[in-house]
Design a protein. Structure first.
Length: 72
């Protein structure tokens, strides 16, 4: 682990040597125009319609097997 950390720190030191004046911070390497759609509420299916096609609805939701349960 020490070797890996040493390589990371060496890389950071190389980045510090760069002239980054005027370079704005970014979260992506390439330009990503409008990566997310606006978060706006929209109508959805009624709960009853969705659960009508569920194999085993339980208490108004989807029934799922417990962890470690044998497959049916």
């Amino acid at each position: 682990m020490g070797d890996e950390l040493s390589h990371v720190l060496d890389h950071i030191e190389k980045i510090r040597e760069l002239d980054l004046d005027g370079v704005s911070p970014t979260s992506h390497v390439v330009d990503v125009p409008m990566p997310l759609r606006p978060d706006e509420p929209k109508p959805c299916l009624a709960r009853e319609a969705v659960l009508a096609s569920a194999p085993e609805p339980v208490a108004g939701g989807f029934g799922v097997p417990s962890p470690g349960a044998a497959p049916a």
